[in-house]
Design a protein around this ligand. Structure first.
Ligand code: NAG
Ligand code: NAG
Length: 618
């Protein structure tokens, strides 16, 4: 009985299989069962971008070498050669990009460093080492077609200075030329600094795409380089940043590094590390080990001193300066509770106080205790560790936002201190106390810098009540403070501070905060909205940044929330284009695809049909 049953099932299955196959394969299409031959290619349409176009002849070989017909099997290749700026992101100042390409292989890529000054030659060499892997990434890890065409990159760098500051010259010239007779590609890069040369290497990488047809079954992949290109380029803004908050959630090291890979691909130059807050203190301090002992979420969620150094180096090779923010006097709590146990008194007050409303902006509360002189000594030790880790001249962010007077006003020790100093218990008196905190913290930083032999540097500070026009003049010296304004675009504060001669960095929260749209009544900004926002024209407008606050984010969704939106702001800050956002869309699609190839899970920006038909969805 069982046997019969089995037989029946087998027969039914067999019949089913045969009919199933028959339904889908007609005799004249039999070949399709083995190789999929699509009936389309991509076409470069002037002033529009690349578009999927019907190409029904089956027998015609897919050729990606011959661009004269301007039909491409790969969208990436089409975008790389199509349009005035090809697939470059951010858009350079000027570019002439040919439509012809030449096959290359990373094994035949050579860098000539003879015209790079000795003090910067090893940094330059490290920068060149990133080119090969980024090219291989275009082929998803393996370039199967080996061509022996030599590609020689001649680097000329003028300056011996390897410091990365707000005055670093990031300009570069890039020329790519294929000599048909010699069968060799010459790439000439000229820059004032290694950082300009690094940007040129990134641009060079963006002149390469994988020839792999988007629809190929086989796994062969070769790299195509634009065989003739000339790029002249320099950034509009000096400060092009991305903020990552690693206190609300610990963000593991490898994720920070991957984020920096994305920044490098977009020529962003400041990694603003909001590493501590009242929630947790993950930054290891060798001089003050109590910070992480008391403040880390767990023994796993700590950045060791060695990892911090490694990350800073990782950044430098990618043209990125790390700005470390120790938010103070507010946004400081966990990590600062150990004072009484060590005989230092209360270093922070209102720590984890509950109920929290009125005492701080969000739980857990905590504010440093300006009345306790030990606070400045401990801060000084922490600053010393930071200065040791950062390349000179270090740029420190002292935080300075969202001080809640009510917290200090409820603390007897602070009220007594104010009485002694003759500060009224009014807003005016508390402003004096707040300003005094920054003055003493800055003095601690200056002392550290002086000991290191570095001339006095300005520090960064968030906009707050203290940076309002009626307070800032008396309390914060414009030679010493760069104000990072996070008020919404409608606010006049940015213009007022510029008018008063303060150097500023802009991050309007309603447009450039990447966490908006995920909590409360905040609204999400898509990349187009982020891109369209322009900064006021002023010599003291240093630039801007996008901010990834992490109350509602950890490493699981990091890439998708940051990319490609951060890239939109990167182009705004590098090129500040006057053209509309629509003309950037095709390049943005290419940049997104590039980021994905380099291992970043960048979010989609349109339906897939639209990404195959540039300019057809608006
Ligand atoms: C390149 O393609 C065009 C159009 O498809 C064709 O007319 C031309 O003969 C091709 N050239 C070469 C060298 O294969
Ligand atoms: C501080 O607290 C006192 C007593 O409760 C109150 O009168 C005063 O207005 C408070 N000061 C400020 C600036 O809030």
């Amino acid at each position: 009985m069982a046997k019969l049953c089995l037989m029946t099932i087998l027969v039914i299955l067999l019949v089913h299989l045969i009919t199933f196959n028959r339904a889908y394969i007609s005799s004249d299409d039999a070949a399709i069962a083995h190789t999929y031959t699509p009936a389309w290619r991509y076409r470069c349409v002037p002033d529009q971008g690349c578009e999927r176009t019907s190409h029904p002849q089956p027998g015609v070989e897919i050729t990606t070498r011959n661009n004269s017909g301007m039909l491409f099997a790969s969208m990436d290749v089409c975008r790389t050669v199509c349009g005035r700026f090809g697939g470059l992101w951010p858009r350079p100042v000027t570019a002439a990009i040919g439509m012809q390409t030449v096959k290359i292989h990373p094994n035949y890529l050579r860098f000539d460093l003879q015209n790079v000054p000795a003090p910067v030659v090893s940094l330059m060499a490290d920068m060149t080492k990133l080119v090969g892997p980024n090219l291989v990434a275009e082929c998803d890890g393996t370039v199967t077609e080996v061509v022996e065409t030599p590609v020689i990159v001649y680097l000329t760098v003028r300056s011996e200075d390897k410091s990365l500051t707000l005055n670093t010259n990031e300009e570069y010239m890039l020329d790519v030329q294929y000599n048909n007779k010699e069968g060799q590609v010459s790439v000439r890069i000229t820059a004032e600094t290694v950082y300009g040369a690094r940007h040129a290497l990134e641009t060079f990488t963006q002149l390469v795409a994988s020839s792999k047809p988007d629809f190929a079954d086989d796994q062969t992949c070769s790299l195509l380089l634009v065989s003739g290109a000339k790029v002249r380029d320099r950034p509009v803004y000096k400060y092009r940043g991305l903020l990552i908050d690693s206190s609300r959630h610990f963000i593991p090291m490898e994720n920070l590094k991957r984020t920096m890979d994305g920044m490098a691909a977009n020529k962003m130059n400041v990694f603003h590390w909001h590493v501590t807050d009242s929630h947790s203190f993950p930054l290891e301090s060798t001089r003050v080990p109590q910070f992480t002992r008391y403040g880390a979420y767990s023994s796993e969620e700590i950045y060791s001193a060695e990892e911090i150094r490694e990350l800073i180096q990782y950044a430098q090779v990618r043209g990125i300066r790390v700005v470390i923010e120790i938010d103070s006097p507010a946004h400081a709590g966990n990590g600062w509770q150990w004072g009484p146990e060590y005989g230092l008194g209360h270093l922070a007050v209102c720590v984890n106080q509950w109920p929290w409303r009125g005492i701080c902006v969000e739980p857990p509360c905590g504010q440093l205790n300006p009345a306790n002189p030990e606070v400045y000594r401990v801060l000084g030790d922490l600053y010393r560790d930071i200065a040791d880790a950062l390349p000179a001249p270090a740029l420190l962010h002292v935080g300075g936002d969202e001080v809640y007077i009510e917290c200090w006003n409820r603390t007897e020790e602070i009220i007594n201190y104010m009485r002694k100093k003759n500060y009224d218990p009014t807003s005016d008196g508390f402003m004096k106390l707040w300003a005094e905190f920054h003055e003493k913290a800055l003095a601690a930083w200056d002392e550290v810098m002086e000991a290191a032999g570095t001339p006095k540097q300005p520090v960064m500070i968030w906009s707050s009540d203290l940076t309002q026009p009626q307070w800032i003049n008396t309390h914060l010296n414009k030679e010493r403070y760069i104000v990072e304004v996070w008020e919404p675009v409608g606010s006049q504060l940015l213009l007022k501070l510029l008018g008063m001669g303060y150097q500023t960095v802009s991050v309007p929260k309603d447009i450039w905060y990447l966490d908006h749209g995920f909590w409360g009544i905040t609204k999400y900004s898509n990349w187009r909205k982020m891109y369209a926002h322009m900064l006021p024209t002023d010599d003291n407008m240093l630039g801007g940044e996008v901010a990834m606050w992490t109350e509602y984010l950890d490493e699981q969704a990091l890439d998708t929330r940051v990319w490609p939106r951060a890239a939109a702001v990167a182009e705004r800050l590098w090129s500040d284009p006057t053209s509309d956002v629509f003309s950037a869309e095709a390049r943005m699609q290419r940049q997104r695809s590039r980021l994905i190839k380099r291992g970043l899970r960048a979010d989609a920006i349109s339906p897939a049909w639209c990404s195959q038909h540039d300019s057809r969805c608006f």
